[in-house]
Design a protein around this ligand. Structure first.
Ligand code: C5P
Ligand code: ZN
Length: 562
């Protein structure tokens, strides 16, 4: 593994050298939280180098966009969190130097003759499949460019969380692998504080009973989805709902003792309802130290960014990443309409059971044009996590939405317990799309794909077979109830903080077309100036002489490999 890291770092250093020698840089990034944080990292890093740039956020890269780039100015094109799927198009259509900082599966290959002018830094091609995001790769490169960029590690962590890279090994929930290494930089630069806590949403912002009511992961029987249920539960547990002045308390205000009570109360509810892993309610909490209270939790910040991308406001998201607080009212509005749209999607499914095709092995939600391709993944995450389908989350859920360009967007989710039984949605989607056409992939418990419309029926048939085969091998669920009961007290004693996450609310997705375009540095338009200049100027003053890149780069190799 160490060798793989070293190769990744060496290529990051090579990419940094390309950037250092470029005079004007054309930047293209993806529109989800990972792409937005990647873009923010680039913006800040290029500001620090004093390099003119021109940034565009794309919903999805396409052959057309690549072609269009060939006629634009700049002596370097930089792709972040995108590009890997268009290697052939990129090398065929684009002359000159190119840097691709991505983590998606590759399509095509950079030929030997182009290897000198195109640097493609991607963990996938070095055999690292998980645990680093597009913004993580972008961070490694910018960190090699200038050690001052170490403080941008915070954004790489937000990007990874937005890309659902928080995962679990047994009851531990948090960032793993390379993400964990990048997290150390964020802790050292005092940007992120890591704590252990309950994985609940709205730690600083929601009344306690609301945080419980809206918790879909972990699911709390009789409480999730029910305000009265949540209030009763808290009363029974002996937790005051209100402050002395009559206003609502938030989770962040609970004492250690109250937290213990709350944790064991939740675990008991989950045991009573026969939940598979009743104590899997804890995890790492990532607090963004210098962000507004409402977005101090990295999960909530990442959700806000995903909302910005999906609601057509990616540049507001970049501004907030760069601490331009004048955009807070904008992103608040964005988040509100994003939540409303996702809520409408969930409602539509609940009211239209006929849109659900249920087999013995899986559920298939045929949303057609009723749910936008951009939010279908969020909707299916909620449906899955809140067990809103009749089978009580014992099956994987596949959802299908029509795309603007005549295809079908697929989003698949399942409970982690199915992963224990050997089901892997990433594999299912990769395998099936090889036959139906289109492309697919993702993670074990969350996969996505885009397929041609005519491939729908065969997609369902093949997925069903693959799911059946995978689950047939392992029919028994592991239930270690008694030992878990013993663990509860110990576990809850060490978990004193509340956390929030809707990690399964995956917010990647596919989309089309170029979005707002900003001018290069000297002629940058309103949004660009507001995004970067305010803070950029003061930081320019701090930029120190030429960067000791080699030394720094090697330092990072040691750091990551040790
Ligand atoms: O879009 P959705 O959130 O459902 O995607 C889940 C996962 O599947 C994401 O990690 C995404 O990168 C991956 N995916 C993919 N190919 C696609 C669509 C999604 O690998 N065409
Ligand atoms: Zn990504």
């Amino acid at each position: 593994m160490k060798r793989k890291f070293e190769t990744l770092i060496q290529e990051s250093i090579r990419a940094a050298e390309f950037i250092e020698h470029a005079k004007q840089i054309r930047v293209i990034s993806h529109y989800d939280a990972d792409g937005i944080t990647s873009a923010a990292i680039v913006v800040r890093a290029l500001e620090r180098e004093g390099k003119p740039f021109h940034l565009t956020i794309v919903k999805q890269l396409s052959e057309g966009i690549v072609k269009q780039l060939s006629s634009e100015r700049g002596d370097l094109i930089l792709f972040t969190d995108t590009g890997a799927g268009f290697l052939n198009e990129i090398q065929e259509s684009l002359p000159g130097r190119i840097v691709i900082l991505d983590h998606h599966q590759t399509q095509g290959e950079i030929s030997g003759e182009n290897a000198g002018r195109i640097v493609h830094v991607n963990p996938v091609i070095f055999g690292i499949e998980e645990d680093i995001s597009g913004s993580g790769v972008t961070y490694l490169c910018m960190r090699a460019l200038n050690p001052e960029n170490r403080d941008l590690s915070e954004l790489a962590i937000i990007g990874a969380i937005g890309d659902s890279q928080t995962g679990s090994i047994g009851p531990h929930w948090g960032l793993l692998g390379l993400n964990k290494e990048i997290l150390k930089d964020a802790e050292i630069t005092r940007k992120i504080k890591v704590m252990k806590g309950l994985r609940l949403w709205g730690r600083y912002t929601r009344p306690v009973h609301k945080a419980l009511q809206f918790s879909v992961d972990p699911y709390i029987p009789e409480v999730s989805g029910s305000e009265m249920g949540a209030i009763h539960f808290l009363q029974e547990t002996g937790i005051e709902l209100k402050r002395k002045d009559g206003s609502w308390r938030t989770l962040s205000e609970l004492s250690d003792d109250e937290m213990r009570k709350l944790s064991s109360g939740i675990i008991k509810e989950r045991i009573r309802s026969g939940s598979d892993n009743p104590d899997w309610i804890f995890g790492d909490v990532y607090e963004l130290i210098d962000k507004n209270e409402e977005f101090r939790d990295a999960n909530e910040f990442a959700t806000m960014l995903n909302g910005c991308g999906k609601m057509d406001q990616p540049y507001a998201g970049i501004a907030i990443c760069l601490n331009n607080s004048s955009y807070y009212p904008d992103v608040r509005k964005v988040l509100e309409s994003y939540r409303r749209e996702v809520g409408r999607g969930v409602d539509w499914i609940r009211k239209n059971p006929r849109a659900i095709r249920t087999t013995d092995h899986a559920d298939y939600i045929l949303a057609g044009s009723r749910i936008s391709e951009h939010i279908i993944s969020n909707v299916v995450s909620i449906i899955n996590k809140s067990c809103l389908l009749p089978d009580d989350c014992q099956k994987p859920v596949f959802a299908f939405a029509d795309t603007e360009d005549g295809k079908i967007k697929v989003s698949a989710r399942m409970d982690d317990s199915l992963a224990e039984r050997g089901l892997n949605l990433k594999e299912v989607l990769e395998t099936v799309t090889k036959t139906t056409g289109g492309e697919g992939g993702g993670h074990i418990a969350a996969g996505g794909a885009t397929i041609p419309r005519e491939g729908l029926e065969s997609f369902i048939e093949m997925s069903d077979n693959l799911v059946r085969e995978a689950l047939r091998k392992n029919p028994e669920r592991s239930r270690l109830m008694e030992s878990l009961m013993d663990d509860i007290e110990n576990e809850s004693e060490t978990q004193n903080n509340l956390n929030s996450t809707e990690h399964k609310i995956q917010e990647n997705g596919d989309g089309y077309g170029i979005r707002e375009i900003k001018g290069p540095r000297e002629e940058r338009e309103r949004a660009g100036r507001e995004v970067t200049e305010e803070k950029g100027r003061e930081e320019q003053g701090k930029v120190q002489g030429p960067v000791g890149k080699e030394v720094e780069g090697k330092g990072l190799v040691r750091y990551l490999g040790s």
